[in-house]
Design a protein around this ligand. Structure first.
Ligand code: ACO
Length: 429
C-alpha cells in the first residue's frame, strides 16, 4: 500500500507522506502543505486533525478500546493503584516495588500547601464554584515556586514541579471542600496512601483519628484511574497549547482545568446529576426529556451522552456503571436517580435519534451517582475529574516538551472585510 498521498491542485501534483502509528492508525503529514501549495486545512473543532504523535494513550472509538501505555483500562482499573497508573502515564512503564515506593514517598513528602494559600479562601464568595477556586489556586502555585517559570531548567527541577503539583492537588481539593462546608481543614498524614490521605483530608475531622472506609477508597481509586488520561481531548489540548508557549506547568494545568469545567467536557458530570434530579422532580417521565434532547429548537442535550471519539461504547462508562451498582449496594445507599439513569439509558439506546447518531453514555453518565453516594456535593464532581486527569495532563505536557513541539498556533481562513479606508467619526453615518 502507498505510504504517500497525492494532491492535485491547480493542475500541479503534490505528494505528502502518510504517517502510520503502532496500531496502524494513519494520518497525512501536511507539515509542508502551505509551503508547497499555499493552502491550509480547515477543520473546526479539529474533528479530523491530529495535533501530535503520542506514545501515552491509545483509544479506538469504534471498538471502545482504551489503553494507557498499552495496558487495557479494564485491567488497570481492576488491579492497579492510582499512583501506579500515574507513574505509568508519566514514565511509560509500570513501576517495580522499589520504584513505586520511591514515587509514593516523593508524593507524600510534598503534600503540604503553603499556609498563605489559606488566605485565598477569605476572599472567595462563600458559594463560589470549586472549579473557579481550583484553577486560580493551581495557577497561583507558580507564584510560590517562581523557579518553575524557567522553561530551560534541569530535568530534576522539572520533575520536582511535576511531583509538587501531583502531591499538593489533593490537599488543595480537600481544602476547597472543607471551606465550602465551613469545617477546619485537615492536614495530610504521611502514613496514608494517596487516595486515603485525600479522603481523610476531605471527610475526616480534626477532632478524630484518620479512618477511611476501604469501599470508598477503592471506588475513588478506580474512578481516578478511569479519568487518568484520554489522549488529545479538549482540556489536554489546552494544557499543551498553553505549555507550547513555554508557560510553566502550573499555568498550563490551570488552563486545562478551565477547559475541563465546561458542561460539554468534564462539567458534564455535574450537569448529569442536575439533569437526573430535574427528571425525578418532574415525575420521572424519561420520554419527555428524550424528546427535549431530540428537539433541535430546544438547547437541552442529554448530558452524559455522546462523545467525539467513542461511536460504539465508552469503555469507562461500562466499568463505572457496574461500579455504581456495587458501591451503592456496599454503602447501603438507595439513590432513586440511579433508577432514572438506567431507564433513561435504556430508552435512549433504543431510540432511533440516538442510535443513528451513535450516541452512548460516556464516562460522566454514572460517575456522579458514585460521587454523591460517597458524600461529595455536586459542585465538587468536576474537581474530582480534574484530580484524576492530572497525571494525564502532566504526562502529555512533558511529552510535548520532550518532543520539542513548536508553539501551537493554528491558521484560519479569513472571511471578514477586505481592505477599506478609515472614515473620521464626524463623517460616519
Ligand atoms: N443529546 C442530544 N443530541 C446530541 C447529543 C446529546 N447529548 N450529543 C450529540 N447530539 C447530536 C447533535 O445534535 C448532532 O446532531 P445532528 O447531526 O442532527 O446535528 C449529532 O448528535 C452529533 O453531535 P455533535 O455535537 O456534532 O458531536 P461532537 O463530537 O461535536 O460533540 C459532545 C460531542 C460535545 C460530547 C456531545 O455529544 C455532547 O454535547 N454531549 C453532552 C455533553 C457531555 O456529556 N459531555 C461529556 C463528554 S465526555 C468528556 O468530555 C469527559
Amino acid at each position: 500500500m502507498s505510504d504517500t498521498i497525492k494532491l492535485i491542485y491547480n493542475g500541479e501534483e503534490h505528494e505528502f507522506p502518510v504517517v502510520t502509528g503502532s496500531q496502524n492508525e494513519k494520518g497525512i503529514d501536511i507539515k509542508k502543505l502551505r509551503g508547497t501549495t499555499g493552502l491550509v486545512t480547515l477543520d473546526p473543532g479539529f474533528k479530523n486533525t491530529g495535533s501530535t504523535t503520542s506514545g501515552i494513550t491509545f483509544l479506538n472509538g469504534e471498538q471502545g478500546v482504551l489503553r494507557y501505555r498499552g495496558y487495557p483500562i479494564e485491567q488497570l482499573a481492576e488491579n492497579a493503584s492510582f499512583t501506579e497508573v500515574s507513574y505509568l502515564l508519566l514514565y511509560g512503564e509500570l513501576p517495580n516495588k522499589e520504584q513505586l515506593a520511591d514515587f509514593d514517598r516523593d508524593l507524600t513528602m510534598h503534600t503540604l500547601v503553603h499556609e498563605d494559600i489559606r488566605n485565598f479562601f477569605l476572599a472567595y464568595p462563600s458559594k463560589s464554584h470549586p472549579m473557579g477556586q481550583l484553577l486560580s489556586i493551581v495557577s497561583s502555585l507558580s507564584t510560590f515556586y517562581p523557579e518553575s517559570l524557567d522553561p530551560n531548567r534541569s530535568n530534576e527541577a522539572r520533575q520536582l514541579t511535576m511531583i509538587r503539583l501531583l502531591s499538593k492537588f489533593p490537599t488543595i481539593v480537600s481544602w476547597i471542600h472543607k471551606k465550602s462546608v465551613g469545617h477546619p481543614i485537615v492536614y495530610p498524614k504521611n502514613n496514608l496512601d494517596y487516595v486515603s490521605n485525600f479522603l481523610n483530608m476531605t471527610f475526616g475531622q480534626v477532632t478524630d483519628d484518620a479512618e477511611v472506609d476501604p469501599v470508598i477508597a477503592s471506588a475513588i481509586n478506580k474512578l481516578l484511574i478511569l479519568h487518568g488520561d484520554h489522549e488529545q481531548n479538549c482540556s489536554t489540548s489546552t494544557v499543551k497549547i498553553v505549555g507550547s508557549s513555554h508557560a510553566n506547568l502550573y499555568a498550563s494545568v490551570s488552563a486545562g482545568i478551565a477547559a475541563l469545567w465546561g458542561p460539554l467536557h468534564g462539567g458534564a458530570n455535574q450537569a448529569v446529576l442536575e439533569m437526573l434530579e430535574n427528571i425525578k422532580n418532574d415525575g420521572g417521565n424519561v420520554d419527555k426529556w428524550l424528546d427535549k434532547a431530540k428537539d433541535k429548537n430546544d438547547p437541552f442535550r442529554l448530558m452524559g451522552f455522546g462523545h467525539r471519539v467513542y461511536k460504539n461504547f465508552d469503555p469507562r462508562a461500562t466499568i463505572i456503571k457496574k461500579s455504581a451498582d456495587e458501591v451503592l449496594e456496599k454503602l447501603g445507599v438507595n439513590d432513586p436517580v440511579l433508577e432514572i439513569a438506567k431507564k433513561l439509558e435504556m430508552a435512549a439506546l433504543n431510540d432511533d435519534y440516538f442510535k443513528s447518531r451513535k450516541l452512548f453514555p460516556n464516562v460522566d453518565f454514572y460517575s456522579g451517582i458514585i460521587y454523591r453516594a460517597i458524600g461529595f456535593p455536586v459542585e465538587m464532581f468536576t474537581v474530582l475529574f480534574a484530580l484524576g486527569r492530572l497525571p494525564g495532563w502532566i504526562a502529555q505536557w512533558k511529552e510535548m516538551r520532550d518532543l520539542k513541539t513548536p508553539i501551537g498556533r493554528p491558521r484560519q481562513i479569513y472571511t471578514g472585510e477586505t481592505e477599506r479606508q478609515f472614515v473620521p467619526l464626524a463623517q460616519r453615518k
